[in-house]
Design a protein around this ligand. Structure first.
Ligand code: PAZ
Length: 320
């Protein structure tokens, strides 16, 4: 895969270009009146990309991810003093909503509609959920008031990569004060837009079966690292199901793409333990160091994970 493949991908890409101006406006809010940056900025990606099979899309291939990792990590970065661009799959889990009763919203609301109920009239949170809901609402309102959280939704692989490139190019002037924390599950295969059929695929037009030919998505990690935001601190993620491959594949990402750290996790145990793999401090032939992060007594593993990434980013800043 070459830079030509990357260029071709974006040239053929159908998605709109609205992300850049929203990021620009958000970034202005992170500077004081003399033009100094008031806090570092992290782009947290979250949720899975879809790969459409038709331009007027009825069917698509999806990627595993509910968005828990991204949403909880975004909360922890805000807590650590970062401004957060939350590039997320539309309708995936949002910051400040984890822990809310998982069923329907109606399950934790009660309604009093009798006119003679006076001030009690209206819709209320049930007693059992009220503490939790108040805490979620309060934290969400704080983030909104401080202007430190920008939510940008995506659905398809095209929208995701186009927004990621726009964010990276807009954050480039921040140099080392920008962080990319790429927790989204991004498809490796897709149908290029020019090859995609316009309308819904008709089963009647096929005999016994239907064969799909997918192409490899050009690798964007190296381009992000070297061209779009060459000074930013880049943390990529690696999800595997075979424990035997995990660390080797994470180590390969470091040598191939030059990312600063890879969060390696196994599907079944991802909420309990992750490994942060990074180049060794001294340049000794591509050796890596590994921090094993366990949930331990924390409610969610994203707290110790983000603490570790923040520590590594601070070290990166002071090493400049
Ligand atoms: O979104 P989630 O909390 O259900 O899962 C998180 C995750 C496993 C998608 C993430 O930790 C991750 O590994 N993302 C990269 C996936 C990949 O290798 O494509």
């Amino acid at each position: 895969m070459s830079t030509d493949d990357v260029e071709r991908f974006f040239r053929d890409c159908p998605a709109d270009d609205s992300a850049a101006s929203r990021v620009q406006t958000f970034l202005k809010r992170q500077h004081d009146s003399t033009g100094n940056l008031t806090r570092p900025v992290v782009c947290v990606t979250s949720g899975g990309t879809t790969v459409p099979l038709e331009r007027h899309c009825v069917r698509f291939i999806d990627n595993f991810s509910g968005g828990t990792r991204g949403a909880l990590s975004a909360e922890n970065f805000l807590q650590a003093g970062y401004a957060v661009i939350f590039l997320h799959r539309r309708h995936s889990i949002q910051p400040f909503t984890k822990g809310l009763p998982s069923g329907q919203i109606l399950d934790f609301l009660t309604s009093v509609l009798e006119p003679d109920e006076g001030p009690q009239q209206g819709v209320h949170v049930t007693e059992s959920a009220s503490e939790l809901v108040s805490s979620c609402v309060q934290r969400a309102q704080e983030a909104a008031a401080s202007g430190t959280l920008l939510r940008l939704p995506f659905e398809t692989l095209f929208e995701y990569l186009k927004s990621l490139r726009a964010i990276a190019e807009t954050l480039r002037p921040l140099g080392r004060h920008a962080v990319f924390y790429l927790a989204a599950a991004v498809s490796d295969f897709y149908i290029p837009w020019p090859q995609m059929v316009e309308h819904k695929i008709q089963s009647a037009e096929f005999g016994e079966g239907f064969h799909l030919e997918l192409q490899k998505v050009p690798k964007m990690l190296g381009v992000l690292r070297r061209a779009w935001a060459p000074e930013a601190f880049i943390v990529s993620f690696k999800l595997e199901t075979d424990e035997g491959l995990l660390i080797t594949k994470a180590t390969n990402s470091i040598s191939k793409y030059g990312v600063h750290a890879v969060v390696a996790n196994i599907l079944e145990t991802r909420k309990e333990v992750v490994h942060v793999v990074r180049p060794a401090d001294t340049d000794n032939g591509g050796r890596t160091e590994i921090d094993r992060i366990a949930r331990g007594q924390e409610q969610f593993i994203e707290k110790p994970l983000v603490d570790d990434v923040v520590r590594l980013h601070h070290r990166y800043l002071t090493a400049a």
